[in-house]
Design a protein around this ligand. Structure first.
Ligand SMILES: CC(C)(COP(=O)(O)OP(=O)(O)OC[C@H]1O[C@@H](n2cnc3c(N)ncnc32)[C@H](O)[C@@H]1OP(=O)(O)O)[C@@H](O)C(=O)NCCC(=O)NCCS
Length: 178
């Protein structure tokens, strides 16, 4: 388990299915995520869990929970590229009551610390929709900078939105988190 002051990051387990099912069909949560276009069934999530629980060199999905063990959501590294030493960050706090209370910032910092100092990665990057100001602010607090944007690359409720590209290098993380 990776431990912080507010949150811990732990391996995903079969018991997490109930909590995951609570948010995967909540459009106020999934509007910020790229992968959710259709309603999600329990069977689909069971398959996701099986994949997430199995050993995989290029994807790692962890559960964020409070110090009391309350499930908050998931944080993940995708496309782990061992040659170029980078990976893409994904995060979701499924329970909206826990938004804006610092959990996301701490969880990301814990994962960055692990990625840079245990996994020997050099860069973590992410994509965020331009309307996700909470996400952008959270990433900036962690030390991410904007690297560019994919213009009008995301279609949502009959409108196109920019997708912001953000990244952080190991030395930048060390400077901002001394
Ligand atoms: C994005 C997410 C992980 C951030 O985690 P969090 O715990 O809510 O974020 P934090 O509380 O650590 O930081 C959020 C910051 O944004 C600010 N904020 C909140 N709402 C905001 C808004 N509408 N506009 C601008 N800033 C906002 C908060 O005040 C806080 O900044 P501060 O500490 O300077 O006051 C979480 O909100 C989430 O899972 N959202 C839904 C899914 C999602 O967006 N995933 C990311 C996809 S790229």
């Amino acid at each position: 388990m990776l431990k912080g002051k507010l949150v811990n990051l732990r391996a995903i387990e079969r018991k997490d299915l109930e909590e995951i099912m609570k948010w995967v069909n909540d459009q106020e949560v999934t509007k910020y995520l790229a992968a959710f276009l259709y309603p999600v069934s329990r069977e689909e999530e069971e398959k996701f869990l099986e994949r997430a629980m199995s050993r995989n060199d290029t994807e790692k999905n962890l559960v964020m929970e409070t110090k009391e063990g309350v499930y908050l959501g998931q944080i993940s590294l995708h496309k782990i590229d061992w040659k170029n030493s980078n990976a893409e960050l994904g995060i979701v706090i499924g329970n909206k009551e826990y938004w804006g209370k610092g959990y996301g910032t701490e969880a990301i910092k814990i994962l960055l610390q692990h990625a840079f100092n245990q996994m020997n990665l050099y860069k973590i990057y992410l994509q965020v929709f331009e309307f996700n100001q909470r996400g952008i602010r959270c990433y900036e607090k962690c030390g991410f900078t904007k690297e560019g944007k994919l213009r009008k690359n995301h279609f949502y409720k009959a409108k196109y939105y920019d997708v912001i590209l953000m990244g952080i290098l190991k030395d930048e993380f060390e400077k901002t988190n001394k």
